[in-house]
Design a protein around this ligand. Sequence first.
Ligand code: ACM
Length: 525
Amino acid sequence: MNRKSRILKVMMPLASVFLMTLMSCSQEIPTDLAKANLIPRPVSVSATGESFTVKQNTGIYVMDDNPEVAEAAAFLSALLKPLTGYGIEVKKGSGEVPAGNIVLSVEDGLDTGKEGYILDISKKQVSVKAETPAGLFYAVQTIRQLLPAAVESSSPANGPVKIATGVINDRPVYGYRGSMLDVSRHFFSVEDVKRYVDFLAAYKMNVLHLHLSDDQGWRIEIKSWPSLALHGGSKEVGGGEGGYYTQEQYTDIVNYAAARHITVIPEIDMPGHTNAALASYAELNKNKKATELYTGTEVGFSSLDTRSELTYKFIDDVIRELAAITPGEYLHIGGDESHSTKKDDYIYFMNRVQDIVSAYGKKVLAWDEIALATVKPGTIAQVWASVENANLAVGQGAKVLMSPAKKAYLDMQYHKDTPLGLHWAGYIEVDTAYIWDPATYIPGIDQEDIVGVEAPLWSETVTNIDEVEFMVFPRLPGYAEIGWTPAALRNWDEYKLRLAAHGERFSAAGIDYYASEKVPWPATK
Ligand code: ACM
C-alpha cells in the first residue's frame, strides 16, 4: 500500500464518523415543539417549526426586582452553564431586550392563574411570562425538558443547544401536587431529602409531606421534649441506627424546598403510631411505664392516653415548636390506624388536637379516619383507604386530598417479582399508577371537592436513596401529570411514549429507576 492509500484507509473511517456525527447532530435539531416529550403534558402547545439557539452570549434577562424571579432565572442559568459550557448570565433588563436572549417577567392579567405560565419561543427570543414567580419556575422546568437529557447530568456537555419554537400555555388542574416521604420507618439524611425535593421540582410538584413520627422513630427535634428525638429517634426498622433532624436542619430542608416552590407539610402521627414517643417519656403512657423502642413493621398497637391532660400539654408543645418552623399553612396530625384507641376517645382527641393546631395559626391535614370525628373548617382529609370516610368528610363540607393506596402508594411493589415494597393494597405497575382520575375515582366526590393528589412513599422496606429512586421512578412523573394535566389530555398509550423518552433523563441524573416492561424504553436501556 502506498502512502496515499494508507492515509485514505485511516482517514475514510474517521471521515465517515465525522459525517455521521454531523448528520446525527443535524437530525437532532429540534424544530417541532409539539413533539417534545413534556411531563406533565402542557394544556396547549403550538409549534412554529424553527429553533432557538442558546449560544455563548445568550443571557437571561429578569424584568422585575422580585428576588423570586431572579431565583427562577438563576435556576435556569445553573442548568444551562454545565450543559453548554457558557457563562449564561442573569441580567436585570428593562425596555427592549436584544435578540438572542431569554426573558423572564411577572405580569398581571395573563389569565394563567397562580402557577401557570406562557412560554413563547421564537427564533430570536425565549419569552417566559407568568403572574407569579411559581409560574416562571414551572416554565423553567418545561424549558429544562426541552433541553438535551445531558442537562440532568453533572458532567459538562459543551456547546450551543437548540430548542424548538412555538408557544406553550400551561396551568395546573390541582393546586396540591405532592408526595410523602416516610422518614420514620427508615431515616433519610438531609441530602437525601433534598434529592427527593429535586425529583418533585422537576415535575412541577409543589408539596413534600414528611412523615416525621411513627412507632419506629421520632425524627424532629422538639426542644421542650428532647428525648423524643434523642431516644425516640435513635433506631429504625430492622434495628439499625436511626436519626433525626435538628430544627436548623429541618429549616434548611424547608428553605431548599421553598426555593423550588415546594411547601413542606410536617406530619406528627397520633394518637396511634406513637410508640417512639411512648418509649421516650413514661408519663405519656396510661400505665406511666415507658415502652421499648420498636423496630418491627406491625401497625395499630400504640396509642397516646387521650384522657390525660399531660398528653395535650405534650401536643401543645410539639405543635407550637413545629408551627414556628413551618411557613406553610398545614400541619398533618396523622390519625390513621388508631386501632388501640377507643372510638369515643379517638373523636375527643382528634377534635381537641384540631383546635390546638388552629390556636397556632395552622390548618389541619389528617388521614381519612378524621372523618369519624368533627372535621373542623379548613381541615383536609387525606383519602388513602376508605370511600366511606371520604364521603363522611365531604359530607361535613371538607375538601379531600386524593392518595388512594391502590393507585397512589409508591411503596407498593410494581409486581410480585420486584424486590422492594409491600403489596397489601395490590401491585401497582406504571400503567396502573397512571390510569385513574381523582375526580371520578370515588362516585359523588368531584373535582371541586378535591385539593389535589399526593403519592406517599412509606419506608418499611425502603432503606436508602437508591431504593427510594427505584420505587419512585418511573411512577412519580405520572402522579405529577395526574395533578397537573386535564384528564381529557391524559392517555396511557400516548403518555408511555413520553415517559420512555424520560428514561435517558433519569439515567443522566443517576436515578436507579425500575425499567418496567410496560414502557417502550429506547433500546439503550
Ligand atoms: C396509612 O397508610 N396508614 C395512612
